[in-house]
Write a protein that binds this ligand. Sequence first.
Ligand code: UDP
Length: 369
Amino acid sequence: MSNINLVVGAGFSGATIARKIAEDLNEKVVVIDCKDHIAGNAYDYRDENGIMIHKYGSHIFHTNLENVWQFLSRFTSFNTYMHKVIALIDGIETTIPFNLRTLYDVFPETLAVRLEQKLLAQFEYNKKVPILEFQKQDDADLKFLANYVYEKVFLHYTTKQWGLDPTKVDGAVTARVPVYISCDERYFTDKYQGIPLEGYTKTVEKMLNHPNIEVKLNTPFEKSMVDQYKRVIYTGSVDQFFDYKFGELPYRSVYFKMETFDKPYYQSNSVVNYPCNYDFTRIHEYKYYLDDQTDKTVIAKEYSTNYERGKNEPFYPIASEANSNLYAKYKAEADKLNNVYFLGRLGEYKYYDMDKAVGRALDLFEALK
Ligand code: UDP
């Protein structure tokens, strides 16, 4: 067995652990990726118009994890972009998470005032209330509001996104976008937020740019590699690693239809959600993220679909009791291996944001060394 480490996958999880091993342990690392690019689903590129495109949909960095922010800031500067999401509800543009200001956008003022007063009497200011909890209201006005938000924000969007209505989707998923008893209209409230000034791909490229790291693209993982390396850190699908021996873990996939327009802007915001209309969930307009100044604009309409192996990409693990039981079987197998470690959305079958992926990789490194 060699003294070299193998990292499978050149996304944030893989790049983080590769860098830490290469730099802090001064050991050689080979990073392979089956795709023809690094940065996983955070991959971005400047198109012929000069617009930074997020190939796999909008990626907005946000974190409260000090160690993650410090670590990534070595490889990139971030702008001070704070994400807002506009949703089209009853033909009205308003911000979500549904917040106190949303009331005034979608309701007549007298009703908005009454609802706001009742909300402030019922909930602490700045409380984030998951929709499934928000529905448990006794007051008739608040019940009306809860039904309104459920129907207009969550029901159809979640059905499009997951193929299930919100009561059948794990509560933690819809809780990512709570009802927010606040005038804060931002999508995230984390201390640190922003877009890497030169993009995500460049950031990951810098993470991987180390004399101890060798990157091989278009290189699928093969089981026989395990015996050839000191350690293997695997960020692909855990069920694939074990040849699906307990069955396939389900994922949700998305695809994007891109369009270019001969005008500076298409919509009023980087992301506009369509919770009640059309078959796509949202439209991304990428030039907003780095304030690209161009005469043209590029948008991507996002559609959701089931993941089918070999046909499309796995994007989202699907949280459910059955799936976590299935994952637990793979995890038990994984724990038996003494030189293979699993990381990332696919390796741990967890709906991680970018910062959590980096955080998990930093934690694994602490445990390894
Ligand atoms: N969601 C919704 N309506 C919205 C936005 C989100 O119902 O307008 C629900 C939906 O189930 C979605 C979940 O909240 O999958 C989490 O949304 P988030 O924006 O965090 O998803 P991501 O950006 O990771 O796809």
